[in-house]
Design a binder for this molecule. Structure first.
Ligand code: FUL
Length: 746
């Protein structure tokens, strides 16, 4: 009853807003997609962009803000990033499962939804599917009766979390096994979904008829199970990554979508028209993340959605090239651990609370949603380090954003009531809003939300001023706002604040503003080591590969702090030596923290390999242009060796200067393009640098989307001075190898 009344009120609101927009402009109504017509002027195109709005589902997905990803499956046990589809189901050796512990922790972190990889690229299913035996039903877990999604769905109900499913379109089991359906060249015929399986009726009696082939039918049958037997599903995640394809397999997305819209009417679809990948897996965010995206074709009829990875997706220049303008929000997905799957608690790094909180502020406060992956361990639980980080992040979000320091302030009341549905539409020519408090408040965060549901995202540049010593002083500025912008700046105390809109696509409607204080933390740290082994420790500036971020936060972090370090892997604290200048580190585990008063910053921890000063290249298969083989061992990750395009087998052979007992090696791919990623290869050694024998083979998955340093541990240590790295498979079927850096560890 209460809900109905609320819906009615929202309906009235909608009509009032629509009337308002209508009165302003006779033709322009807010819509999810707006077509550009021939002859539309540049101004009309921008006006159209200012009227593109999220759907109800997109808006509620945006309001989730912070959501969880769970990567779990055979890879959890094989320690691989990508499986190969030929795993025996028994490798999934699960004895216990505690989804309550997952949900309790996610709830404490302030998350609103959890998305489980019910089937990753290896094709192994985590639920009791009627349509395959390649999954949990063929393991010993609960005598083959276990169902991870069933447990998770029940835990979600208990803890008040929404549920989403990741169902990989790529399916290596269906590619590799002789009866596999993927790319089996079967005919497209009319098929009823779900296919009847005697003895396993569905409670939901809806049926569909689609003209599809075997793999699409399989996929649709599985979607039917997922969307009808586990409670409401709020996000369906379609990964664009494909370790392999076969038989020209196409996907009938129109059928998938029809099924999802009918059976999960509240769900958004990731990887298609509702939600887009932010473009990297490292937690990088754009300074300007527009969610109104230009398309050449009508997105509601598109089958394939390209990955949008460029820095500028939605500026005016881009919009002017469009045929359609469509609301498609960014989701910032990254993992709390190195890699998407759990490997171990010794070597696999876990992000600190400072790091996760920083990504939270940049992504949620940068017009996107933060999807953070927490991979359960082999005991079916989150490990202690992950839980610690999530608890700390949840506490920080609550302490910082749980209350609005502008509460009770004077200013446009619709922006101060904390209710995004009420808003202040700026008048023609008006470009500022002023807020004043009874007493000065100390703040370092300011949050702005536009009323995007009916007025779209409009602000292009804005600034925040405070009243100080009898005048206005600008303390922060940024570009767009959209769903939410969090401005971060050094601590400031004032009783008057002025938000100025410096450029806008149409009169902006401000839904909420709020002011906050986040206790200043010592900076996160990063190491860099040169070819002579000289290590410097610096405040983290560029946490990811493709663009610097957080100049504003850096300023904020420039408080009085000292960096302490240890070189032997022992615990680092205020009693550890103080870092004042770069030093030579031979090999080993360096740990460092910045400490400011009682505040101990996040620990940086790095294991360094053998110093490269005396290494020499013996030979390399080839090199192109200025990318000589020496660049693979120059300790400069920005430079790289690139071979000619002669095939997947490429090599680089080195003389390490003396013999070492090697335990592992690491490969850093280049970041400039996705060309030349070393997916598989072998390590060879030699006594004379001429005749080689194979000592180890290695495999790194998902390098194109996640071009981070990968480490391979050898089964046993071996002693050598001459070593050769030889690729056998290059990601994406490539023919040229690139290596930004190679490291070897004792
Ligand atoms: C990628 C996949 O290949 C990874 O394994 C992971 O699932 C990530 C979320 O998407 O593209």
């Amino acid at each position: 009853m209460i809900k109905q009344k609320r819906n009615f009120l929202i309906g009235c609101f909608n009509m009032a807003f629509l009337f308002c927009v209508h009165a302003q402009n006779n033709t322009m109504l807010p819509q999810n997609t707006i077509r550009i017509d021939e002859g539309d002027s540049k101004e009309t195109i921008i006006e159209k962009a200012a009227h593109v709005v999220p759907s109800i589902n997109q808006l509620s997905a945006l309001r989730n803000e912070f959501i969880a990803f769970i990567h779990f499956g055979p890879n959890t046990f094989t320690r691989m990033e990508w499986g190969n589809g030929m795993e025996d189901p028994s490798v999934f050796d699960l004895k216990e499962l505690d989804t309550d512990q997952w949900c309790r922790t996610l709830k404490a972190a302030g998350m609103k939804m959890v998305i489980l990889t019910v089937k990753h690229h290896d094709g192994f299913v985590l639920w009791q599917s009627r349509y395959t035996n390649h999954g949990i039903m063929s393991t010993d877990f609960r005598d083959g009766q276990g169902d991870v999604l069933r447990d998770l769905s029940a835990s979600c109900q208990r803890y008040g979390l929404k549920l989403g499913v990741y169902l990989s379109p790529a399916d290596l089991y269906q590619i590799e096994n002789p009866e596999g359906l993927y790319g089996n060249l079967s005919n497209y015929t009319k098929r009823v979904i779900p296919r009847d399986v005697p003895g396993s009726p569905f409670a939901n009696k809806t049926t569909f008829e689609f003209e599809v082939d075997d793999y699409n039918e399989y996929f649709l049958n599985q979607l039917f199970e997922l969307l009808t037997e586990y409670g409401p599903i709020h996000e369906v995640w379609f990964d664009g990554a494909h370790p392999k394809t076969k038989g020209g397999q196409r996907y009938n997305y129109a059928a998938w979508k029809a099924l999802i819209r009918t059976l999960a009417p509240e769900a958004v679809i990731f990887g298609k028209e509702d939600v887009r990948w932010c473009g990297n897996e490292a937690g990088g965010t754009r300074d300007t993340e527009w969610n109104v995206i230009p398309y050449q074709d009508d997105p509601s009829n598109m089958n394939n959605f390209p990955d949008l990875t460029k820095e500028d997706l939605g500026s005016r220049d881009k919009l002017w090239e469009a045929n359609y303008l469509h609301y498609q929000q960014a989701e910032t997905n990254t993992s709390i651990r190195e890699g998407w799957f759990y490997r171990d608690d010794t070597y696999q790094k876990v992000r600190s609370a400072d790091d996760v909180f920083d990504i939270y502020e940049r992504s949620v406060g940068g017009n996107s949603t933060f999807l953070l992956n927490i991979p359960p361990n082999r005991d079916g639980r989150f490990s202690a380090a992950d839980v610690r980080t999530l608890h700390e992040v949840g506490a920080r979000i609550e302490a910082t954003y749980g209350q609005n320091l502008l509460k009770g302030a004077k200013g446009p009341k619709e922006t101060l009531d904390g209710e995004p549905e009420t808003y202040t539409l700026l008048k023609e020519g008006q470009n500022e809003l002023v807020f004043s408090t009874a007493k000065p408040i100390n703040i370092n965060r300011f949050v702005i939300q536009e009323a995007i549901r009916v007025h779209g995202e409009r602000i292009e540049i804005h600034a925040l001023d405070v009243w100080s010593n009898g005048g206005w002083k600008e303390i922060a500025s940024a570009t767009n706002v959209g769903y939410k912008r969090i401005l971060r700046f050094p601590d400031v105390s004032s009783d008057r604040f002025r938000l100025r809109i410096l450029s806008s696509r149409a009169r902006p409607a401000i839904g909420t503003v709020s002011a906050h204080y986040a206790p200043t933390r010592p900076p996160q740290l990063a190491f860099r080591r040169n070819v002579d082994g000289m290590v410097s420790i610096e405040p983290l500036k560029d946490g990811f590969s493709w663009k610097p971020h957080g100049e504003d936060i850096l300023e904020n972090l420039h408080v009085n702090y000292q960096i302490h370090y240890t070189l032997d892997g022992s615990e680092v604290n205020a009693r550890s030596p103080i870092y004042d200048k770069p030093m030579v580190v031979k090999t080993g585990n360096v740990r460092a923290v910045a400490i400011s008063g009682d505040h101990v910053g996040a620990e940086a921890n790095e294991v360094f390999g053998i110093i490269k000063k005396d290494w020499k290249i013996l030979a390399a298969s080839s090199a192109i242009g200025s990318h000589g083989a020496a660049m693979a061992i120059d300790a400069v990750p920005e430079s790289f060796w690139q071979s000619d395009e002669t095939g997947p087998v490429q090599f680089i052979a080195m003389d390490l200067g003396e013999s070492y007992a090697l335990s592992s090696f690491s490969y850093t791919p280049q970041h400039k393009t996705d060309k030349g990623m070393m997916e598989k290869g072998v390590i060879k050694i030699s006594e004379d640098g001429k005749r080689w024998r194979t000592m180890a083979s290695f495999e790194f998955g998902n390098l194109i989307n996640d071009p981070t340093t990968r480490t391979h541990r050898f089964k046993e240590k071996f002693i050598t001075r001459y070593i050769r790295v030889e690729s056998t498979v290059i990601a994406g079927g490539g023919n040229s190898l690139s290596i930004a850096e190679l490291d070897f560890f004792e």
